[in-house]
Design a protein around this ligand. Structure first.
Ligand code: ATP
Ligand code: MG
Length: 269
């Protein structure tokens, strides 16, 4: 553990009750089953794994949007799972989400500028003109034009909508940005644009990402470390080069074989 760790997750467990069959004790599904990792400021940790492996549940629990059963989560020196009330609301500005589906994650009744400004309005720390200036700056940072500010979500393409989601996530200068499958709903050409944007923003602003994907191909250019999740557990954790060049776990090898570009590179040795 080092002092630059912005996020420390220790032995996290999240469980959901299963349907009771007969009179026995209630059974539980441990969707997250003893997950531990640290994430350094300015770095990206990718969590990869098949559908249902517990990636989203891990992320939601870190963000206090899902209840943990046990374990601990620290953001800087704050014990996240212990926060209540006003402290919890304050913390929410320090951590932002970019969701998979830019169609359903943006409020269709709000204009783009209001969607991006909303976290600043909730935080209520800046005077109104300053918030407007910040929105203008964010539009330019994510490659949206100033005249698009007053449009509604349905008037944007999928990639542009994801840019709105990114601008919104950046608004409060969060310590941590959780990207949950941020490009899975986009065309391949648009995926590359959004991944490049996320990388450029990371370099320019020193962002820290927890980057969730079922696709190792998507994270191969995006991450410093990779945690491979399988049935609620991290079965392999390594830096990017080690994971791609010397995968240890059979499950990791299977995931790698599913990525065409990686699979052919592995075959060539
Ligand atoms: N609210 C819930 N109630 C009951 N079970 C749940 C709930 N949320 C998730 N689960 C279960 O927990 C497990 C992990 O789900 P999770 O959504 O975290 O997977 P994931 O890795 O994000 O999958 P995907 O790649 O499909 O998004 C699954 O078996 C899922 O059915
Ligand atoms: Mg998920």
């Amino acid at each position: 553990m080092s002092n630059d760790d912005i996020l420390r997750v220790k032995d996290l467990r999240v469980r959901f009750p299963l349907k009771r069959t007969g009179f026995g004790k209630r059974d539980y599904l441990y969707a997250v089953d003893g997950v531990s990792f640290n994430l350094k400021r300015g770095e990206t940790l990718a969590i990869v794994g098949e559908s249902g492996s517990g990636k989203t549940t891990t992320a939601l629990t870190i963000a206090r949007l899902q209840k943990a059963f046990s374990g601990s989560v620290q953001l800087g020196d704050i014990d996240l799972l212990a926060l209540k009330g006003a402290e919890l609301r304050d913390m929410r500005n320090r951590m932002q989400f970019i969701f998979q589906d830019p169609y359903s994650s943006l409020n269709p009744r709000l204009r783009a500028e209001d969607i991006v400004r909303e976290p600043l309005d909730n935080q209520n720390r800046m005077p109104a003109e300053q918030r407007d200036a910040r929105v203008e700056e964010l539009f330019s940072a994510v490659g949206l034009r100033p005249e698009q500010r007053r449009l509604f979500p349905h008037q944007f393409s999928g990639g542009q909508r994801q840019r709105i989601g990114i601008a919104r996530a950046l608004a409060t200068n969060p310590d941590l940005i959780i990207c949950d499958e941020p490009v899975s709903a986009l065309d391949v050409a648009v995926q590359a644009q959004i991944l490049n944007l996320l990388r450029r923003l990371q370099t320019d602003l020193g962002l820290t990402y927890l980057f969730i994907s079922h696709d190792l191909g998507v994270v191969q250019h995006m991450c410093d470390h990779v945690a491979v999740m399988y049935k609620g557990k991290i079965v392999e954790y390594a830096d990017r080069l080690t994971l791609f060049n010397h995968p240890q776990h059979d499950y990791t090898k299977a995931l790698l074989a599913a990525v065409p570009s990686v699979a052919s590179a592995l075959r060539q040795g």
